[in-house]
Design a protein around this ligand. Sequence first.
Ligand SMILES: [Zn+2]
Length: 255
Amino acid sequence: MGWLKIGYDGIDAEKERIARLSGPNRFWMKEGTKREIVLIDDEPACVYEHSPKINGSWNNAFTCLKESSDIIPCCEKLGERDRYYCGHYTIVDITEPTDAKNAKYQHEIKLLPTKLKTLSLLRRKKGDRGSLIGCIFNVHRDSKDDPNCGSEFEFQREAKLEGLFPLVTFKGKKLVDLYKEAAEKPEVMARLKDTFQLTLDAEGKIVPKIYSFNYEKILAQKTPQEIRSMLGSAQVESDGGQEGSKSPKDDNVPF
Ligand SMILES: [Zn+2]
């Protein structure tokens, strides 16, 4: 009986389901602020996205179905011009925390979504340097019209990624601890495999380092049904694919 479970066996499965519900935190910055990030990769994973405001929240980016399906509820509902080309990178946000709440999320590994303007900028930086992996950048966003992932990337220095690794957190949990947990619990291992492009050693343990996100999984398209139910009843507003504009006010990460 799928809908009824007697006993406690369902608890761990439910905890896993909740942990998987929302993907990685997406890097986003307020206008007039400066942040410091380290790039973990430098070949962006590019898709067409929609990012509608649903019930007051901007935290709903998802991959457009147009490239792979004849049924395209996203473009039907939001308009084809709503979708935008977006390149994703894996970064670690190393901005100095301003209070204790932020401190929990310092060194958080995040997805950096970039639209055309920032993508072109990073392509040029990569051309200049050869590689951006491990590079520390100061990122600025001056005005509201600037891309919300930052308009200026100022190279600082190269980070020592082995030194950074023990500090890195994923949704507030240290990667080192998550890797340890994965060695004991197959469901945690399965989730981490779906989240990161892991390398395992001969004993099947995760080689301790910082990995890029598993883009194929985390950017995977939802089904037309899922998109329909997401966009169906709710109050939905399109952002028109603008570079700046949106602000995920209810972002669960407080910076
Ligand atoms: Zn679409």
